[in-house]
Ligand binder design. Structure first.
Ligand code: EPU
Length: 454
């Protein structure tokens, strides 16, 4: 029998040891940080969230069990696994970060609102169900509020492959008699639509060509995973991806890549506290745009085969940053690096070119003494040298991580509420920071009102 959702914040799921954060009327938690300590030592980076949330639904495409290694213990992953389980898959942890998925029991490709609302990546069930069953019914996705986040390009790709897409009482309903490989040109570079098209096209008849495809490391990781199951995908990591449809996909054992954004977040946290940290289990090539900007700001970055060392021995200085699709500077690092720039000498300009509303953390940083003005997608940051601890609230995942960085660097105590956002994407964040010498603890906040979306 399938488990029912409850309104507990931390749900101990019987079949997995992973933590699932579910927001109801009960307790929420906050971080309490006593700032001003240099981060020092070594930290290990977990598997990539945005790869895991694509690869977990992709396992449905296989006719045999798949084993995924280096799966991060974060709530977005718990929710993805939970959706699979509720749909009828057999999901078992066979190691701390290793999960075996046998999706052969899934018969009804429907993800209801109660499940889809918690996570943006629930829309990957559209592509994977369409690829496997030629039909899908998935509620419109939730996720971080970063401005308008339409899915028109996903639906355009599904239609081009031969599916009909309708919106029916909040559910996206997709059906196809047959899926025929086609040429798809995206109007903008989109990670989600590139992934969804790969999932839908992998078993289509004939060749699909995606032009203006996203090139993020997790796109390549998904292609490698699907190819290890017998798919025929070429060009992932470039802006033209070719997918020759295959009839069957077999089981595989596959290790998810390290999380580029978690690594970048620790790089910035080390820099903001003028620390000295060796960040292990990373792919330095994935971090190049972050490394280049940190070096401009005056941070020392030493690269090794699968680790990177961050230290600071001089002043931090202003720079300009514009977020861009990979290999440009990632939008998912914009709040963290902007926080660092508040501590740098001079006036920095940060332009957010991916999302309309990704400066919501600025109001919170102002409580801590930041001097930032935002006009549309551009932030002008006057360096203030230091932060003062203050009570703040995390507005979304990466903004929450940025506030933690501010708290670590601040004089005095910072309390950060709504840390469930942060737990969507960072495994054992406070434990890892504590192991580097941070003074950070998690406390319950009783009686907080219902939160509607993660
Ligand atoms: N867009 C459209 N129509 C579409 C799809 C996208 O207009 O059909 C627009 C979006 O509104 C946005 C831009 O295109 O302005 C790029 O969106 P994209 O599809 O690339 O983003 P996403 O798939 O919604 C993923 C990550 C985000 C990350 C972005 C950009 C996942 C689950 N989410 O979102 O991750 O910021 O790509 O790299 O992979 C995070 O991890 O904190 C996070 C928000």
């Amino acid at each position: 029998m399938r488990l029912k959702y409850t309104s507990a914040v931390h749900l101990n799921i019987e079949f997995i040891s992973f933590k699932a954060v579910y927001i109801g009327e009960k307790n929420l938690e906050k971080f309490i940080i006593k700032g001003g300590r240099r981060l020092q030592g070594e930290v290990e980076i977990s598997g990539a969230k945005n790869a895991a949330v694509a690869i977990i639904p992709a396992a449905i495409l296989s006719d045999e069990p798949c084993v995924l290694e280096n799966v991060p213990n974060i709530s977005d992953v718990s929710i993805s696994l939970r959706i699979l389980y509720e749909m009828g898959a057999d999901v078992k942890f066979i190691g701390k970060n290793t999960v075996r998925i046998d999706a052969s029991g899934i018969k009804d490709p429907v993800v209801p609102y109660e499940m889809a609302k918690h996570m943006r990546a629930s829309y990957y069930f559209l592509g994977t169900f369409l690829g496997k069953f030629k039909r899908a019914r998935v509620a419109m996705p939730g996720g971080c509020y970063l401005g308008d986040r339409p899915i028109d390009q996903h639906l355009k790709a599904f239609s081009t492959l031969g599916a009909s897409c309708t919106l029916d009482h909040g559910m996206i309903d997709i059906q196809a008699e047959t899926l025929l490989g086609s040429q798809i040109y995206f109007d903008m570079v989109t990670v989600g639509a590139t992934i969804n098209t790969m999932l839908a096209a992998v078993k289509a008849t004939g060749m699909t060509v995606i032009e203006n495809a996203a090139k993020e490391p997790h796109i390549v990781d998904l292609a490698n995973f699907l190819n290890s199951m017998g798919a025929d995908i070429m060009g992932a990591g470039t802006d033209v991806i070719k997918i020759r449809g295959v009839k069957k996909l077999k089981g595989t054992t596959y290790a998810i890549i390290p999380d580029q954004i978690e690594a970048g977040t620790f790089m910035v946290a080390a820099a903001a506290t003028k620390g000295d940290v060796l960040i292990k289990n990373v792919i330095p090539k994935h971090l190049e745009s972050i490394t280049a900007k940190l070096e401009k700001i005056g941070v020392n970055v030493e690269e090794f085969d699968d680790s990177i060392r961050i230290s600071v021995d001089g002043p931090l200085v202003k720079t300009s940053i514009k977020t861009m699709p990979h290999p440009g500077f990632p939008t998912d690092m914009q709040p963290q690096i902007s926080t660092l720039l508040c501590l740098a000498e001079g006036t920095s300009i940060v332009t957010e070119s991916i999302f309309d509303n990704r400066f919501r953390y600025v109001d919170e940083l102002r409580r801590m003494g930041a001097n930032v003005s935002v006009d549309g997608k551009v932030a002008v940051i006057e360096g203030v040298g230091s932060f003062m601890g203050a009570p703040v609230t995390a507005p979304d995942l990466r903004a929450g991580a940025a506030l933690v960085i501010a708290g670590l660097a601040a004089k005095g105590v910072t309390e950060i509420e709504d840390i469930y956002h942060i737990e969507r994407g960072y495994e054992s964040f406070e434990e890892k920071l504590r192991s580097l010498g941070a003074d950070i603890e998690k406390k319950s906040v009783p009686g907080v009102a219902v939160r509607k979306a993660l």
